[in-house]
Structure formats: structure tokens, C-alpha cells
Design a protein around this ligand. Structure first.
Ligand SMILES: [Cu+2]
Length: 299
């Protein structure tokens, strides 16, 4: 996890120096490959004020938990003391298997008020007791925009299964992600077809935590022309095909985009076609059958 751009895999070397009475903004980023992170400071409360770049009304919490790829800002007011230092923790929730006892990889460092002050005894953070969500879904954005309304529903069912290549895949709607023969942007520009954003005044953000066996309803206004990935943020789930592509406003893209020469030069050098749909054919229609791997049937 990164705290104000410091840390990476070794947060233990990252001390936070606090001066008495000052308020600090800590920008937290979960850069792990698979694990949810919990951040907190012993005997300090904090206010969540931002998630994924969207400012929110301050919400008082003891700690924050957030998933891979998520960004959270908190405000912490330093105590008016210099007699003690406190541990902070950025623990990684290592076990994502349902039904298996949870495991926590503890990472701790120090919030230092004074070089010579003793460290207040850190409590045991290796258990998962006290892991609770801070309710990011209930955060209230500062900029209150009503939800855009829905013109089109795209149901995506995520599923884990062994496919006919005898490997486990994480599919959307029983389809694995197939690397297109032609880059999708090229397809938009040369054939005829056509994410990121949620309650009352939902916080507009580009990530969401979905717990096992749960579903999420996402709304986004498709007004950002481009080719966008919708994907699980766990690295090995991407590897296992938990990826989909959304193309927003292809007409705008086609009318307003001049690809740089380097794009076509690179494609030529790499033998990538400069026209056609995902399968390299002309026109919008893809053959009915995907290249595969395909779901196993008859089990
Ligand atoms: Cu996943």
C-alpha cells in the first residue's frame, strides 16, 4: 500500500511524522495484486474525505478497508502531545478463498510525535476481528449529481469454472476474454459498431468492492469516448479472463480521431491488421462461435 506516495511493499520503513495539533491528509492507495487492505492508526480516529478522486462529505471512522486499485483520502488530526508515538497499520487481507479462515499479513510502522518518545504498545492486528467496511457505498459526494438514468442494461455474470482447455477461467457471461485479433480502437475506426461510474446521490467512482456471492448495480454516463476495460482488479483474475471491454461513443471516435503515425507503424511492424473487427473480419458481425476456450457442457 502507498501512504502519500511512500511505502510500496515495505511500509515498515515508512514513518509518518506528526506535529501536535496539526491535521494531515493521508492519501492511501492499495497497490497490492490481490489483497484488501486495512489502514488505521492506534488511538486515532480519521475522516474519510475522498474515494477514487471524488470528494465526499467527511465520514468519521476508526480505520478504512479498501480493495485492490482503490484510493482513499483520510484527514487525521494529531494529538496535542509529544510524549508518545503510535503504531499505524496497513494490514493485507491475504485470503480471498471463501470458507477458508481469513489470514492477515500485518504491516506496521510508526506515527512519530517525538524522536525519543516511547511507542504505545501496539494491539494485535493479526486477527480479522474489527474488520468492517466503513460503508463507502453510503458516502455522500460534495458534488451532488443525480444518477443519469438508464437507457441500457448490461448484465454481467461473473463465474469461476473449468473450461474446455482444462483450465480454470473467470468468465463474464460464460465468455472468457479473448484478445482481439485487431485492436479494439482500430475496429471502432474501421468497422461499424458501437466505463467507469452508482443510490440517491451516489459517489461517482471507478472501482467497487463486490463481496462473494453479491451483486452490484453500476450506472455510468456513456459520454467519455473511448475503449474502456471493465475488469476485476485482482491481478491473477485478469490473467484468468475476468475482463470485458466497453466502447463509448464510437461515432464520435470515428469522426474525431486521427491516430498518430506511430500507431499504424507499430501495428505494421508487429503484423497487427489495421482494419476489421475483433476477429479480423470486415463489418460489425462476429462469427457466432468465440475462439474459446469454451464452457464445458453436460457436466
Ligand atoms: Cu476477481
Amino acid at each position: 500500500m502507498l501512504v502519500n506516495s511512500h511505502g510500496g511493499s515495505d511500509l515498515r520503513r515508512t514513518m509518518l511524522e506528526f506535529q501536535p495539533g496539526k491535521t494531515y491528509r493521508l492519501h492511501l492507495l492499495n497497490i497490492s495484486a490481490t489483497g484488501m487492505v486495512r489502514f488505521g492508526i492506534e488511538q486515532h480516529e480519521m475522516y474519510v474525505i475522498e474515494v477514487d478522486g471524488t470528494a465526499a462529505e467527511p465520514k468519521l471512522v476508526n480505520n478504512v478497508q479498501f480493495s485492490v486499485g482503490q484510493r482513499v483520502s483520510v484527514l487525521v488530526t494529531a494529538k496535542n502531545i509529544t510524549e508518545a508515538n503510535y503504531a499505524y497499520y496497513a494490514d493485507i487481507f491475504t485470503d480471498i478463498q471463501a470458507g477458508v479462515e481469513r489470514a492477515v499479513l500485518p504491516f506496521t510502522s510508526v506515527v512519530e510525535y517525538s524522536k525519543n518518545a516511547p511507542l504505545v504498545n501496539a494491539t494485535d492486528k493479526t486477527s480479522t476481528a474489527g474488520w468492517d467496511f466503513f460503508g463507502d457505498i453510503d458516502l455522500v459526494p460534495i458534488d451532488k449529481q443525480p444518477p443519469p438514468g438508464v437507457n441500457k442494461w448490461v448484465p454481467l455474470e461473473a463465474r469461476t469454472a473449468i473450461f474446455d482447455d482444462r483450465r480454470e477461467h473467470l468468465s463474464f457471461n460464460n465468455r472468457t476474454y479473448e484478445k482481439p485479433t485487431v485492436p479494439t480502437l482500430t475496429s471502432v475506426l474501421t468497422t461499424g459498431y458501437q466505463l467507469h461510474n452508482s443510490g440517491l446521490y451516489p459517489v461517482c467512482r471507478d472501482t467497487i468492492t463486490i463481496l462473494p456471492h453479491k451483486l452490484a448495480l453500476l450506472q455510468f454516463k456513456a459520454d467519455n469516448p473511448g475503449v474502456w476495460l471493465l475488469h476485476c482488479h485482482m491481478a491473477f483474475h485478469v490473467e484468468q479472463d475476468m475482463v470485458a471491454t466497453f466502447i463509448e461513443d464510437p461515432y464520435y471516435i470515428r469522426n474525431g480521431t486521427n491516430l498518430p503515425k506511430e500507431y499504424s507503424d507499430n501495428c505494421k511492424q508487429m503484423g497487427i491488421p489495421l482494419a476489421g473487427n475483433a476477429m479480423g473480419h470486415n463489418g460489425p458481425n462476429l462469427p457466432d462461435e468465440p475462439k474459446g476456450p469454451l464452457p464445458l457442457t453436460g457436466l
